[in-house]
Design a protein around this ligand. Structure first.
Ligand SMILES: N[C@@H](CCC(=O)N[C@@H](CS)C(=O)NCC(=O)O)C(=O)O
Length: 332
């Protein structure tokens, strides 16, 4: 039997990166199949057969499908035990499970904040609402999923108070990581384990949702990020998309974009100029024109080793944008 792992991945997903780090640490070869979250492919009926939660990551190991990053990692620990990442002490095992569980809760806080402060504003500038919904409607005809996309583009995922609350929750998470790393090299048992693999990909993405991590406030976290960041598994899984997002953020472009799109007062000439300059760049980066040209029903082509390596083409029953989502006024 061929020993093949396919990872259903999205380049900048911290949850998928966690699985990639684990695969790399264990030296397990794998292929990836990108599920474009920007095009709602995670909600495509074909992909929902793989992960009914409609999220990445999932893996297919010789036809056996597993979803949920911590479950995938537990599966890899059991089935590829040569390199062990589970802590050696029973106390350590419990502590690592707690980090996994805490991180799971943080994913739920991070998700809307990510859509509100990155995905939504970028898409809002790159394309019109109808374009965004048409692309999504190629992947799913579920009105709830399309309504969510309407909220993402329309910048209605979280209001300012909710954004602040979500950031506060994430700050409490970093505070705990900071305290837990006092006089320690790693989170659990002072060696690199599943606990670090769970937490690292999320922590390093927090600046992208407006949660600052600096040496003054978080010396232990920053030293740990540098230490863990030197591992080959971490370096090679640092995607070019994440690098670009970090760069955009570091030069202040993400906060400028947020200021412009969330402004209550009418857009100024300068705002309009910035948007005009950014639109073609973002449009290209996000592959808007290409996605608009992709025929309906063929957006998600899943590699499924259980069906003799064939490509299976999604048979989505998309019918376009539902009436109730049409005709919302444009901002720019
Ligand atoms: N608890 C899940 C969380 C997975 C998750 O939130 N995945 C994100 C990417 S990091 C996703 O697919 N988001 C798409 C969406 O929110 O619709 C896991 O660890 O696998």
């Amino acid at each position: 039997m061929k020993n093949e792992i396919i990872l259903y991945d999205y380049e900048s997903s911290p949850c998928a990166r966690r699985v990639k780090i684990c695969l790399m640490e264990k030296g397990i070869p794998y292929k990836t199949q990108t599920i474009y979250l920007s095009k709602m492919e995670q909600k495509n009926p074909e992909y929902l057969r793989i992960n009914p939660n409609g999220l990445v990551p999932a893996i297919n190991h010789n036809g056996r499908v597993i979803f949920e990053s911590s479950v995938i990692i537990a599966y890899l620990e059991d089935n590829f035990p040569k390199v062990k990442l589970t802590p050696k002490t029973s106390e350590g095992v419990i502590a690592a499970k707690q980090w996994e569980s805490y991180e799971l809760a943080m994913a739920n806080t991070y998700r809307p904040l990510m859509y509100a402060s990155t995905m939504g504003p970028l898409q809002h500038i790159a394309c019109t609402r109808d374009e965004f919904l048409s692309i999504s409607a190629k992947a799913t005809d579920n009105p709830a999923h399309l309504a969510w996309q309407g909220k993402v583009w329309g910048l209605k995922v979280l209001d300012e108070t909710q954004k602040k609350q979500h950031r506060k929750t994430l700050v409490q998470f970093i505070d705990l990581v900071e305290r837990s790393l006092e006089n320690k090299k790693y989170l659990v048992d002072n060696e690199f384990t599943l606990a670090d693999i769970s937490v690292y990909p999320r922590i390093t993405m927090l600046p992208l949702v407006g949660v600052d991590i600096n040496h003054y406030a978080y010396p232990n976290v920053c030293t740990w990020i540098e230490r863990v960041g030197k591992r080959r598994s971490i370096r090679t899984t640092y995607s070019s998309t994440e690098k670009s997002m970090v760069k955009l953020n570091d030069i202040g472009l993400t906060s400028l974009i947020n200021r412009i799109v969330y402004k209550k007062s009418p857009a100024t000439i300068l705002d309009k100029l910035v948007v005009k300059m950014l639109r073609p760049i973002l449009r290209k980066k996000l592959g808007i024109d290409e996605a608009l040209l992709t025929p309906r029903n063929s957006n998600v082509r899943l590699i499924t080793p259980d069906i003799s390596d064939a490509f299976v083409t999604a048979k989505s029953q998309s019918v376009g944008i539902p009436e109730f989502l049409k005709n919302e006024p444009l901002m720019f």
